[in-house]
Design a protein around this ligand. Structure first.
Ligand code: ATP
Ligand code: MG
Length: 464
C-alpha cells in the first residue's frame, strides 16, 4: 500500500529473509544489506525512507552507522535491532535520533506498526523542515526568514563576514528591516559565539553615561563614580559589541571608538592605562551617514573606518516575496506564545500584506500580525482584520505626498506605461502581484499591457 523504501541491515541471512517477506507483504520496497559497507552503499543511493538497523555488524558498529545516516539525512526513520536487549544502548540510540529499538527477532505485528509510526513521524518532520528550508535560513540558532534573492545575498554576506575573525561591520538600512537580527547572526555564526554579544543604543544615553557604559570608568572619574566599573568593551572581550544607531554617537565617543578600531585599545573614563581587548565591532544605522558627515556631525575618518564592509539591508517593500514567509513565521510564533490555536493566512490577506509599502518594515509586519492575533478570534486572519492603512482604499496614504505635476506638464500615458513596466520588473513578471501593486485587477492589468503592447511574458503564478 505504501511504496516506501526500507533498508534492512542485518548480518543474519534468516533475519533478512524474514524481514523482506513481512515488509514486502505490507507493500514496502525492501533493500537488503548484510554488512556496514553494504549498508553505506545502499544508503548512498539516497532512496531509503526508513532503515531497520542491526546494532552489531561484522565490519562495524550500528551506532556509528546511526550517526552517519542521521547526519546525512536528519529526517530518515531508523529502527534499531538488537539480540541482546541492551537497554542502555537502546536509550542511547533513541537519544541520538533512532525512532525506536526492537528486540531480535521482532514480532511481525510490532515491527509493522512501529515502522509505520516511524515513517509517519518522518513525513511530518519533512513537511515542517521542508517549509522552513524554503522560507529562510537558520544560522547557528538565529532564524532569518525570507526567500528573496536580496535576503539570500544578506545571508551569504553573514556567512562570509562571520568567518573573518574580527573585521568591523556596518549594517545600514531603514528602521525595522532586521539589522539587529543580522548582527546577532554574525556573532552567533562566528568563532566568537561562545563569548558575549553586547548591544548598546547610542541614541538612548547622555554622553558621559554612554562613554562610561562603553569604556567603563575609574573610581572618582565623576561624581557618581564610587567604584571602578568595567565597560561593555571589556565585558565583551573575545565577543562582539553592537553599536546600534552609530550615527548618534557623540563626538567624544566617536573619537574614542575610532582610536579603538585603530589600536584595539582604549582607556576607561578617568583612566590613564591602555586596555587591550579582542572585540568585533558591529555598527548599525538607519540614518544617512554621508549626510551626517557633510553636516559635520559624524567624523569622516570614522565613517571610512566603519564603511569597509557595509551591508545594506533592503526595505521590505523592495522584497515582497519575503512578506508571506515572514507573516507565517510571526503568526506561528505568536499563536504558540499566546497558546492560541493555529490560524490561516488566506491568499486575499497575503495579497493585501504584499502590496502595502511597510514604512516600518519587518517590525511593522510583526506588529500587524500580533495585533490581529490578539484582537481577532477565528481560524483565519481575514483582510478585514488588518488595520486601516492596509485596506485597499487607503493606498493614497502610502504614496503621500503624491507626485507633483511639473510646470511643463507630463505625458500621462508614458507615465502609466512606465509604472506598468516598473511593476512587472519588481515582481519579476508576476502579473498577479504586479496588479496588486498597481491596485488593478489582473484583467485590467492585462488589458493595459496589451494596450501599450508591453509583453507580460513572466509567470502567472499565484493566479487561479
Ligand atoms: N528576516 C527576518 N527574519 C525573522 N525576523 C526578522 C527578520 N527581519 C526582522 N525580523 C524581526 O523584526 C523585528 C525588527 O527587526 P530588528 O530589530 O532587527 O530591526 P532593526 O533594523 O534593528 O530596526 P531599528 O532600526 O529600528 O533598530 C524584530 O522582532 C526581528 O526579530
Ligand atoms: Mg535595531
Amino acid at each position: 500500500m505504501s511504496g516506501e523504501r526500507v533498508l534492512v541491515v542485518d548480518d543474519e541471512q534468516l533475519i533478512r529473509q524474514y524481514m523482506e517477506a513481512v515488509l514486502e507483504d505490507e507493500g514496502y520496497e525492501v533493500m537488503l544489506a548484510e554488512s556496514a559497507a553494504a549498508a553505506r552503499a545502499a544508503f548512498g543511493t539516497g532512496t531509503a525512507h526508513a532503515i531497520v538497523l542491526d546494532l552489531k555488524l561484522p565490519d562495524g558498529d550500528g551506532m556509528q552507522l546511526l550517526h552517519e545516516f542521521l547526519e546525512a539525512d536528519p529526517d530518515i526513520a531508523i529502527l534499531m535491532l538488537s539480540a541482546h536487549g541492551d537497554i542502555g544502548t537502546a536509550v542511547e540510540a533513541i537519544k541520538i535520533g533512532a525512532y525506536h529499538f526492537l528486540e531480535k527477532p521482532p514480532k511481525t505485528e510490532i515491527l509493522v506498526t512501529t515502522l509505520a509510526k516511524a515513517l509517519e513521524a518522518r513525513s511530518l518532520r519533512r513537511t515542517v523542515s521542508g517549509l522552513r528550508r524554503q522560507a529562510g535560513w537558520l544560522l547557528s540558532g538565529v532564524e532569518i526568514v525570507g526567500r528573496s534573492p536580496a535576503m539570500r545575498r544578506v545571508v551569504d554576506f553573514i556567512g562570509k563576514v562571520a568567518t573573518s575573525e574580527s573585521s568591523t561591520v556596518l549594517i545600514r538600512g531603514e528602521s525595522g528591516v532586521g539589522k539587529e537580527v543580522v548582527a546577532q547572526a554574525i556573532h552567533a555564526h562566528s568563532a566568537r559565539a561562545a563569548n558575549p554579544f553586547l548591544e548598546i543604543n547610542c541614541t538612548a544615553l547622555p554622553e558621559t553615561l554612554l562613554e562610561s557604559e562603553l569604556f567603563g570608568h575609574e573610581r572618582g572619574a565623576f561624581t557618581d563614580a564610587r567604584e571602578r566599573k568595567r565597560g561593555l568593551l571589556e565585558l565583551a572581550d573575545r565577543g562582539s559589541v553592537l553599536l546600534d544607531e552609530i550615527g548618534d554617537l557623540p563626538p567624544g565617543a566617536q573619537a574614542k571608538i575610532l582610536r579603538f578600531l585603530e589600536t584595539r585599545t582604549f582607556k576607561r573614563v578617568g583612566g590613564v592605562q591602555d586596555i587591550a581587548v579582542d572585540v568585533r565591532i558591529i555598527a548599525s544605522t538607519n540614518h544617512d551617514l554621508e549626510a551626517a558627515v557633510r553636516e559635520g556631525t559624524f567624523r569622516l575618518d570614522l565613517f571610512y573606518r566603519l564603511n569597509v564592509v557595509p551591508l545594506v539591508m533592503p526595505p521590505l517593500r523592495d522584497r515582497p516575496e519575503d512578506v508571506e514567509p515572514l507573516a507565517h513565521f510571526f503568526l506561528e510564533q505568536m499563536t504558540t506564545a499566546m497558546r492560541r490555536p493555529a490560524r490561516e493566512l488566506p491568499p486575499q490577506t497575503i495579497g493585501l500584506l504584499e502590496r502595502y509599502a511597510w514604512p516600518g518594515n519587518v517590525r511593522e509586519l510583526r506588529n500587524v500580525i500580533e495585533r490581529s492575533v490578539i484582537l481577532e478570534e477565528g481560524t483565519a486572519i481575514l483582510p478585514e482584520h488588518l488595520p486601516d492603512e492596509l485596506q485597499p482604499g487607503a493606498r493614497a496614504i502610502d504614496l503621500a505626498p503624491g507626485p507633483a505635476l511639473p510646470a511643463s506638464g507630463i505625458d500621462l500615458e508614458e507615465l502609466e506605461k512606465d509604472l506598468l513596466q516598473q511593476a512587472l520588473l519588481r515582481t519579476k513578471g508576476n502579473k498577479t502581484r504586479a496588479a496588486h501593486l498597481l491596485g488593478l485587477t489582473r484583467d485590467t492589468l492585462r488589458y493595459r499591457l496589451e494596450k501599450y503592447r508591453l509583453s507580460g511574458t513572466g509567470t502567472d503564478e499565484g493566479s487561479g
